[in-house]
Design a protein around this ligand. Structure first.
Ligand code: UDP
Ligand code: MG
Length: 319
């Protein structure tokens, strides 16, 4: 048989503190499981000792397949690199490198896979983050769901099991700014959500900055919703209606009272107001144009610098 049954994919960025915990949990899982498993670790251009630790591990333990990206690309792209490198014949499981997603759920996920599900995703019952972040996530997922043209499940991140055929589809989707949990929903097939408790980080600090979270949210909205554009149209129609009503009212006033216009304030207000509306409209259109701009360049999503498979560097590696 070619390749392992399961690939467990984890992107890592400066995770030297959680790395030993990750490896011991994964080792325990692989030792106790009847499935043949490879672990695909992706180094997302870490600046700490993560790549060195990965290298040592992959050269001594053939179950570990390590991919080293040429720089930091961000979580979603690093994950895409891992998904593209996975050799599993049956399914891949996606986890975070900080053990917030318990890899032990593999057996439960796999049960559903055997029942015929192509995507088994985890739904967070509880979060261990602060209330502000929790509230932000909660609100965001609900807004996205209400305006998106696909039914992206609430409170589910990237933690999931994806069948080989679903993965092949995902790998063939060339889009630039990736929102993988949305793409995973878009694929279709049979999908099921499993509730779980999301634990805290095992060690180290969060690698997602506020700016990166914001961008992720942005990608979710602009890649999976036309709501911002249709909002502009509605705003424009509303603005024109208001202007027409105002005009008619003024004309009537002219004939009834004989004199107009004091309304200099109103004029000024309207000019400023609608300049604002136009700027918002341009910004929203710009957001979609920007996406087209990045997409048409057709650059590869990521560049792999080195790769260690079966305890050996692949031919293209130089280190
Ligand atoms: N990560 C990555 N590249 C980045 C930022 C994060 O590969 O540029 C990885 C990180 O190492 C971790 C996962 O993505 O394995 C989730 O990151 P983090 O725990 O910081 O996110 P949070 O759990 O706070 O959403
Ligand atoms: Mg985390």
């Amino acid at each position: 048989m070619e390749g392992p049954q399961i690939s467990i994919v984890a992107p890592l960025y400066n995770e030297s503190e959680s790395f030993p915990h990750l490896v011991s949990r994964l080792n325990a899982l692989m030792d106790s499981s009847d499935l043949t498993i490879e672990v695909v670790l992706v180094d997302d251009g870490s600046r700490d000792t993560t790549p060195v630790m990965m290298q040592q591990l992959a050269l001594t333990d053939e179950r570990y397949h390590c991919v080293f990206l040429s720089r930091n690309y961000g979580h979603q792209t690093a994950l895409s690199a891992g998904l593209a490198s996975a050799r599993a014949t049956e399914a891949v499981m996606v986890i975070d490198g900080d053990l917030q997603d318990p890899p032990e759920l593999l057996s439960e996920f796999y049960k559903h896979y055997q029942e015929g599900y192509d995507v088994v995703y985890a739904v967070r019952r509880q979060r261990k983050e602060g209330w502000l972040k929790r509230m932000a996530y909660h609100t965001f997922y609900r807004i996205l769901r209400s305006i998106s043209y696909i039914d992206i499940p609430l409170d589910s991140g990237d933690f999931s099991l994806i069948s080989r055929r679903a993965l092949d589809v995902l790998n063939r989707m060339p889009e630039e700014s990736r929102y993988i949990r949305g793409m995973r929903t878009w694929i279709g097939f049979r999908q099921i959500g499993i509730p779980y408790e999301r634990s805290g980080r095992v060690a180290g600090s969060p690698k997602y900055s506020f700016k990166m979270l914001w961008r992720l949210a942005y990608n979710g909205i602009f890649n999976f919703s036309e709501a911002p554009i249709s909002f502009i149209t509605r705003l424009g129609v509303f603005a024109i209606s208001v202007a027409v009503i105002y005009l008619i009212a003024t004309i009537i006033k002219r004939f009834v009272y004989g004199h107009v216009p004091e309304g200099f304030t109103a004029l000024l207000f309207i000019i400023i107001w609608f300049s604002g509306v136009q700027l918002v409209a341009l910004g929203i259109i710009g957001e979609y144009v920007l996406r087209i701009f990045f997409q048409v360049k057709g650059r590869p999503l990521f560049v792999i610098k080195d790769e260690i498979i079966n305890g050996q560097y692949t031919a293209s590696s130089r280190d």
